[in-house]
Design a protein around this ligand. Structure first.
Ligand SMILES: C[S@@+](CC[C@H](N)C(=O)[O-])C[C@H]1O[C@@H](n2cnc3c(N)ncnc32)[C@H](O)[C@@H]1O
Length: 215
C-alpha cells in the first residue's frame, strides 16, 4: 500500500466511531440524497439484471438499510478495517469486507449496480482511471453506478483535521466535468447529473451523478 493510501486508511480507522455517531439517521433528513439514491435503485431494478449491488467506500454502512428497503441486496466494501468493523456491528444482516476500489474482490460483471457515496474524491488524478475501470469491470453491461461527491475546482486539499482527532488526508473537490470524464472514459454513459449548494457547515457544494454501463 502506498503512503497516501496508508494515510487515508489510518485516518478513516480513527474517524469510524465519529462517523457512526454523526451520520446515524442523517439520510432520513436528506430528501435530495434519498431521491438520487432512489433513482439509482429504480433504474437498477428496471434494468432486470438482478438486485446485487455493492457500496464501495461504504464507511459505517449507513446506506445499507435504505438500499435494502428499495429492493436491492447490497454488499459493502471499504478501505478502512475499522469502518468495516463498525459497519458489521451497526448493520447486522449485511456483508461488509475490506477492499480498495482499485482492486475489488469480485468477478467481472458481478453486479447490477454500484454505489460510491463520497468515496471517489480521495483518488489522485493518476489513480482515477484505474479506479473507474475497476468499477466498470464489476458492473454488468446495462447496470448502473451512482456517486455523490464534494463538487469544486479539482484542487488538492487536506481534509480530516476539522474532526479534531489529529488526522489528515488528501481530498479533491471534483468538478462535475471531471467526474463525468472519468465515468465516461471507463465505459459508462451519464443518465443524470445534478448538484446543490452547500448547506449548514458542509463547506462545498455537492455533486451527484448516475451512469449506465454501456451494453
Ligand atoms: C466520506 S466517507 C463516506 C462513507 C460512506 N459512503 C457514507 O456516505 O457514509 C469515505 C469512505 O470512503 C472510504 N475510501 C476512501 N478511499 C477508498 C478506496 N480507495 N477504496 C475503498 N474505500 C475507500 C473511506 O475509508 C471512507 O470510509
Amino acid at each position: 500500500m502506498d503512503a497516501k493510501t496508508e494515510e487515508l486508511r489510518a485516518a478513516h480507522d480513527v474517524l469510524a466511531e465519529l462517523y457512526a455517531e454523526r451520520l446515524a439517521g442523517v439520510l432520513d433528513r436528506m430528501p435530495i440524497e434519498q431521491a438520487v439514491l432512489g433513482l439509482f435503485c429504480d433504474l437498477t431494478l428496471a434494468a432486470g439484471l438482478g438486485t446485487t449491488v455493492a457500496d464501495v467506500g461504504c464507511g459505517t454502512g449507513r446506506l445499507a438499510p435504505y438500499l435494502a428497503a428499495r429492493g436491492l441486496s447490497m454488499q459493502g466494501f471499504d478501505l478502512s478495517p475499522e469502518m468495516i468493523r463498525v459497519a458489521r456491528r451497526d448493520q447486522p444482516g449485511f456483508r461488509f469486507d475490506v477492499a480498495d476500489v482499485r482492486d475489488l474482490p469480485l468477478p467481472d460483471a458481478a453486479l447490477a449496480g454500484v454505489v460510491c457515496w463520497y468515496s471517489l474524491m480521495f483518488l489522485a488524478p493518476s489513480d482515477r482511471p484505474a479506479a473507474f475501470r475497476e468499477l466498470a469491470r464489476v458492473v454488468q453491461p446495462g447496470g448502473y453506478l451512482v456517486t455523490a461527491f464534494k463538487a469544486g475546482d479539482g484542487q488538492l486539499r487536506r481534509g480530516g483535521h476539522s474532526a479534531g482527532l489529529g488526522v489528515e488526508f488528501d481530498v479533491y473537490w471534483l468538478s462535475p466535468a471531471e467526474m463525468e470524464r472519468q465515468v465516461t472514459s471507463a465505459g459508462f454513459a451519464t443518465v443524470f447529473w445534478g448538484g446543490r449548494p452547500a448547506e449548514g457547515g458542509e463547506g462545498s457544494p455537492q455533486g451527484y451523478l448516475v451512469a449506465v454501463k454501456a451494453s
